[in-house]
Design a protein around this ligand. Structure first.
Ligand code: NAP
Length: 289
């Protein structure tokens, strides 16, 4: 199976490349320097010469504030980019795996969202990713749309820059007397290593459709930070930030927990509890106490 991974040097894309290579697949790595998903001809040329049987799109414009400032560019990348890949995938008779987001929901459900739940994005990022999903459903034939949430991995998220949440908390714990973290926003922190494995496994099936793929269970950012410090035996004065201490510049869902209902129905769910994913991540980095 020949695979093309777009966004191959990103936080998730780099682990997807590794995972395909681990199972012996030939994975062509395409970065932003090689292709621009918002340009159909760019994708036609690049993918036409690789002739993959599987295209994985881990590329996106997903810095939420930047999307709000540049909505047209966000639409070009997240929506038209997905359309372009759908067109090329269909032309090449390739499977398309496209990564989407929990931000298609507004968070009002307060219970884990399943794939059939109504969507209601609160910001430009969520709207453009949702438009991307719609283009894929309408254009691609063999597709997997994989919605995920709150990623962290061995390589940094290029869009956000700097460290992921886990590494940032550990760094700040060494620098500050007190750390304050919000306790009113709930997510399922998901390890990119585990998600990459899930994507690889799913792409080898023909169970096409929309899937939620996050770690099992959920926590607030405060609970996540507390667990990071417990697992690494880090001594720190961790406090709950008061409401409005860190006002969001762009509206975001306060609760964006996803249930991997589709994967579980097929017996394909490979994602562990968020605490287990975190422990594996810290063990791999040699930071587990
Ligand atoms: N990070 C999260 O917490 C999170 C949560 C839910 C869903 N997601 C989704 O997960 C996916 C992967 O995210 P990530 O954390 O791995 O992000 P990342 O590290 O920022 O990687 C995104 C990649 O996309 C590339 N890219 C951006 N615009 C492009 C374009 N027009 N053409 C080609 N490549 C382009 C970037 O290259 P440059 O940096 O060189 O521009 C980068 O390599 C995205 O679809 C995102 O929406 C992420």
């Amino acid at each position: 199976m020949k695979v093309a991974v777009i966004g191959a040097n990103g936080q998730l894309g780099s682990d997807i490349v590794t995972e395909f290579q681990k199972v012996g697949e030939d994975a062509a790595e395409l970065t932003h320097a090689d292709v621009d998903i918002s340009l159909l001809e760019s994708m036609r040329n690049a993918l036409g010469s690789i002739k993959p049987s599987v295209i994985v799109n881990a590329a996106a414009m997903h810095h939420v504030e930047n999307c709000e400032k540049e909505p047209l560019r966000a639409y070009e990348v997240n929506a038209l980019g997905a359309r372009n890949l759908s067109i090329v995938a269909r032309e090449l008779d390739a499977k398309l795996v496209h990564v989407s987001t929990d931000y298609v929901f507004d968070g009002s459900k307060k219970k884990p969202y399943v794939e059939s739940d109504p969507v209601a994005p609160l910001n430009v990022y969520g709207n453009t990713k949702l438009a991307g999903e719609a283009f894929i459903r309408g254009t691609a034939e063999k597709y997997f749309i994989v919605r995920t949430s709150a990623l962290y991995g061995r390589n940094p998220c290029r869009a956000k820059g700097g460290k992921n949440f886990v590494d940032l908390m550990l760094k700040l714990a060494g620098e500050r007397d007190e750390l304050r973290v919000v306790d009113d926003e709930f997510v399922s922190p998901t390890s990119t290593a585990e998600l990459a494995k899930q994507i690889t496994e799913l792409s080898r099936t023909d169970h096409y459709g929309l899937y939620h793929a996050t770690a099992e269970g959920c926590c607030s950012w405060y609970e996540f930070a507390k667990t990071i410090f417990e697992v690494t035996n880090t001594k720190v004065n961790l406090k709950i930030a008061s409401p409005n201490e860190f006002p969001a510049k762009v509206p975001r869902p306060k609760y964006s927990v996803l249930e991997n209902a589709g994967l579980k129905k097929l017996g394909l769910n490979a994602l562990s509890k968020w605490q287990e994913g975190l422990q594996a991540y810290l063990t791999a980095k040699g930071q587990h106490s």
